[in-house]
Design a binder for this molecule. Structure first.
Ligand code: NAD
Length: 364
């Protein structure tokens, strides 16, 4: 079967890791027809927009995309393309497995967490007003002295609808992957209405899954707990901003952003991308680790039903990391992005040879 998949190489180091991903995926033998479309700062210079219409159109048509990271200007400039894609395609669940691979440089062993981050609301709704604007002034007046009159304002919407579907996703994934516990995380002691609603919905959803343990943590305590005793946790479900921050913390636990994959999932499509950003300082240097995008591609292969291929890819990546001979700088090696990709391809090819030999021997 041929799968049609949108490929968005992104900018910065994105195109180089996506090139490796394409090559490695081709080596698995799975049939993918790529619809390659451009988004990000480079296309902005050419077309005046960082997200041309054909990108969304392709994602809507194929319903599956693999994406490299895209730079977002800080403070000013265009709105995040990543956030817009998730919102426009209603990819409401950001699912990020965090697992240690033997051979990585990490103080922790045997970490196996699943982060399930709400992806379309919270402070990422992009509803904010500059200091001194009419809108900011109106809200400050409504707050009756609680806000400094010169403040800029950002709105944090948390709805029952979006909280419920992300929590259901967390519990469904716990059941599907035979996990024991879901921990909901907020700062509901301070944000009683918004984060309080998230916990309220979490308790209701938890009642529908009696076989899965449920608990709550405050985000500050959760950060410390994860650094001190990550083995206590399993599936972690959070609103958008906390989920973003905790994802990088958990990437740190398993050896860094170079090996942390992710999936953005909705009811009508899915987009797979690494947790890391465009790492612009390494653009064009053949330096960054391709593992995170490859493990994101593994999640995509599972989503496409190519579970055997996904398993083989995982084995090949794990073997290269374990051997530590052809790995990138972040894993203590000297290999470049392309060389690490080629080492993974070599393992895949050998694995395939071994598989064919095993089948032939079984027949004899
Ligand atoms: P970043 O994730 O790009 O990089 C932070 C640091 O992590 C890098 O300097 C590097 O040391 C390390 N790193 C990242 N990816 C790596 C890899 N594959 N291999 C080895 N080391 C790696 O974060 P940043 O510098 O804060 O962000 C850069 C840009 O990326 C920003 O414009 C940001 O908005 C954007 N961003 C995009 C996405 C996305 O496209 N989904 C996600 C996060 C950040």
């Amino acid at each position: 079967m041929v799968h049609e998949v949108t490929l968005i190489p992104g900018d910065g180091t994105g195109p180089s890791i996506c090139e490796v991903a394409k090559k490695v995926i081709a080596a698995t033998g799975v049939q993918i027809k790529w619809d390659q479309v451009e988004a990000g700062v480079d296309v902005m210079k050419k077309t005046g927009t960082p997200l041309p219409d054909n990108v969304l159109a392709s994602c809507r048509r194929t319903k599956v995309a693999l994406k490299g990271p895209i730079t977002t200007p800080i403070g000013t400039g265009f709105r995040s393309v990543n956030v817009t894609l998730r919102k426009e395609l209603d990819l409401y669940a950001c699912v990020r497995p965090c697992r240690t691979y033997q051979g990585v440089l990490s103080r922790y062993e045997k970490i196996d967490l699943l982060i399930v981050r709400e992806n379309v609301e919270d402070l990422y709704a992009g509803v904010e007003w500059p200091a001194g604007s009419e809108e900011a002034k109106k809200i400050i007046a409504m707050a009756k002295g609680k806000i400094n009159p010169e403040a800029a304002i950002s709105i944090k919407p948390i709805s029952r609808f979006n909280s419920e579907r992300i929590l259901r996703m967390a519990f469904d994934l716990a059941v599907k992957h035979k996990r024991r516990k879901v921990t909901a995380v907020t700062k509901a002691n301070i944000m009683k209405c918004t984060d309080g609603l998230f916990f309220e919905v979490a308790r209701e959803v938890a009642k529908r899954y009696p076989a899965i343990e449920y608990e709550e943590r405050l985000i500050d305590n959760m950060c410390m707990q994860l650094v001190q005793k990550p083995e206590l946790y399993d599936v972690i479900c959070l609103p958008n901003l906390y989920g973003d921050i905790l994802s990088d913390l958990c990437a740190g636990l398993i050896g860094g952003l170079g090996i942390a994959p992710g999936a953005n999932i909705g009811d009508h499509g899915a987009l797979f991308e690494a947790v890391h950003g465009s790492a612009p300082k390494y653009t064009g240097q053949n330096k960054v680790n391709p593992t995170a995008i490859l493990l994101s591609a593994e999640l995509m292969l599972n989503h496409l039903g190519e579970t055997d291929v996904a398993r083989r890819l995982d084995r090949a990546v794990a073997e290269v990391i374990r051997e530590g001979k052809t790995v990138t700088y972040d894993l203590g090696g000297k290999a470049g992005t392309r060389e690490m990709g080629d080492a993974i391809i070599e393992k895949l090819t050998r694995d395939e040879g071994r598989g064919t030999r095993d089948k032939l021997e079984a027949k004899q």
